[in-house]
Design a protein around this ligand. Structure first.
Ligand code: ARG
Length: 398
């Protein structure tokens, strides 16, 4: 192995990345720069910074990436209506490429030989980090200590941490593995590994259970400009406060819980639970504008490409020409998606109940059965004849 003198570590402050920090110093005698991003995980990053220094980091970068994360990653996925396997709004998957981008930027600025992540060898995140880094800097080395170090259990890591004076929270071990950001929360492990077991209430961090949600529905009007959400009930918001506000209101109504068995890229099926109240409200409202404003063929083709888009994101191929080309397609359709959608939140559901747009192609006089009806009924006769012609011919030949 070439010598490693300086590395940049994607650091969360948790047990794994803290042990990695110390382990790198011991194993390579190298300088470790820790990098933590605020992506809305609601943790005290001042503490994370202090902990990194205490554990031996030579320098710590703390960057607030919430707005960039939403604008350049999550809102693109929203404009594409990308939901992995029809359900998962991809919060974790969208977060990895922005972390990869900053790992590379910091490594280049600091003249580091390698970047380091704390993902395991059986998950999706290793792929997302590594393909992201490769695509942005093909010469940068990548280390994934959790894949090849000597520790076989959490206990062994804890023992190492204690021996090396790494501050470990003495709180009871959390029964779940949680990855949280402003777009969604991913929850796995513990009892959730039994796909038959209903997720216990303590698995959820922010949503009220639908049973305990208010008995009165709440209505919201979401405004979009070219597919980007910009206002709630007529009041403009910046991206971060808009999503935070929807998370809060949606969570109160138990909206945005997802329970699924999904296909990991490495071939394993895993049971995952997600919470994404804001994202789910936005996906529902945005889709409603599509229904109102897009022509049928565009809508149909987009349905296929949404699946592809979600797969690309999930599979770690964010920095790829395919994703960029798909964005160009989605941008074209989203040019028309300016308007308002009214949704109703009630006991775990979000239902669109109203929609309007200057680009609406809903035509009352064509749709109505009232006196105002302007559709040319006679044209229906010829249309049916020609549409049904192949089947008529087949029936005759039988
Ligand atoms: N299954 C999801 C994904 O691959 C979430 C992974 C979350 N990671 C975690 N440490 N809980 O995007």
């Amino acid at each position: 192995m070439d010598s490693i003198k300086k590395v940049v570590l994607a650091y969360s402050g948790g047990l794994d990345t803290s042990v990695i920090l110390k382990w790198l110093i011991e194993k390579y005698g190298c300088e470790v720069i820790a990098f933590s991003a605020d992506v809305g995980q609601q943790e005290d990053l001042k503490e994370v910074e202090e902990k990194a220094y205490k554990t031996g980091a030579s320098k710590v970068y703390i960057l607030d990436l919430k707005e960039e994360f939403l604008t350049d990653y999550c809102f693109k996925a929203l404009k594409a209506q990308a939901l992995y396997e029809g359900k998962y709004p991809l919060g974790t998957a969208l977060n990895r490429p922005i972390i990869a981008k900053y790992l590379v930027e910091i490594a280049q600025k600091e003249g580091a030989d390698a970047v380091v992540h704390g993902a395991t060898g059986k998950g999706n995140d290793q792929v997302r980090f590594e393909v992201g880094v490769m695509a942005l800097d093909p010469d940068l080395k990548i280390l994934a200590p959790v894949r090849d170090w000597e520790f076989k259990s959490r206990e062994e890591e804890l023992e190492y941490a204690q021996k090396h004076g790494i501050p470990v929270e003495v709180t009871k071990e959390k029964p779940y593995s949680i990855d949280r950001n402003i777009w969604s929360i991913s929850i796995e492990c513990g009892v959730l590994e039994d796909p038959w077991a209903e997720p216990p209430e303590d698995a959820f961090l922010i949503t009220t259970s639908p049973e305990k949600a208010p008995d009165k529905p709440e209505y919201l009007t979401i405004s979009f400009e070219k597919g980007i959400p910009v206002a709630i009930d007529g009041k403009s918001y910046d991206p971060v406060s808009l999503v935070n506000t929807l998370n809060e209101i949606g969570a109160r109504h138990g909206v945005g819980r997802v329970d699924m068995v999904e296909d990991r890229l490495v071939g394993i099926k895993s049971r995952e639970v997600y919470e994404a109240p804001g994202a789910m409200i936005l996906y529902t409202a945005h889709k409603e504008l599509e229904h109102l404003c897009l022509d049928r063929e565009s809508f149909r083709l987009k349905e296929h490409l949404s699946i592809k888009y979600a797969e690309l994101v999930y599979y770690g191929l964010w920095f790829s020409p395919t994703r960029e080309a798909l964005d160009a397609f989605m941008d074209t359709l989203n040019e028309r998606l300016t308007g308002d959608v009214r949704v109703k939140l009630y006991k775990g559901t979000v239902t669109p109940v109203g929609r309007k747009s200057p680009y609406s192609i809903y035509d009352y006089e064509l749709a109505t059965y009232d006196a105002k009806d302007a559709f040319e009924h006679k044209a229906g006769e010829g249309f049916c004849k020609i549409w049904g012609l192949p089947y008529k011919v087949m029936a005759r030949k039988k």
